[in-house]
Design a protein around this ligand. Structure first.
Ligand code: AMP
Length: 118
């Protein structure tokens, strides 16, 4: 069975444009096209093998740790280093792209609501 490449695979392949803020051989980070916070970045492994964070954690914990480290670094570069890290898992949780990615939400506070609320 073949599946259509996800939007993130198409960004990685440079088939569609994105505002890329970080890239190495295993990971790419972009600005979210519909930001939910003053700073809203997506940190995405280049492999399309894993649909969500649980699958990634089970198969390649080192890559998951790399994603967290890059998120931390980008939050320092784009905001004051304080951030929310969100992995939506499943449609009921709001996941729309089934290629694991971390949302980095920063540049505001929970109190003012700019980082969203649980
Ligand atoms: P999720 O709902 O957790 O699967 O997150 C998918 C995210 O990808 C959403 O926050 C979208 O706004 C974002 N998104 C979708 N298409 C693009 C795109 N072409 N460039 C940047 N972000 C995108």
């Amino acid at each position: 069975m073949t599946t259509e490449p996800s939007v993130f695979e198409r960004i990685i392949a440079r088939e569609i444009p994105a505002d890329i803020v970080f890239e190495n051989d295993r990971v790419i980070a972009i600005k979210d096209i519909a930001p939910q916070a003053p700073v809203h970045l997506l940190v995405i492994p280049k492999t399309a093998e894993y649909a969500n964070a649980g699958e990634l954690a089970a198969a390649d914990p080192q890559l998951l740790a790399e994603i967290v480290g890059i998120a931390n670094r980008l939050a320092g570069e784009h905001a004051n280093g304080q951030f929310r890290l969100v992995f939506n898992t499943g449609a009921d949780a709001g996941q729309t792209v089934f290629h694991v990615h971390a949302h980095v939400l920063a540049g505001g506070t929970l109190e003012e609501g700019s980082l969203g609320r649980l």
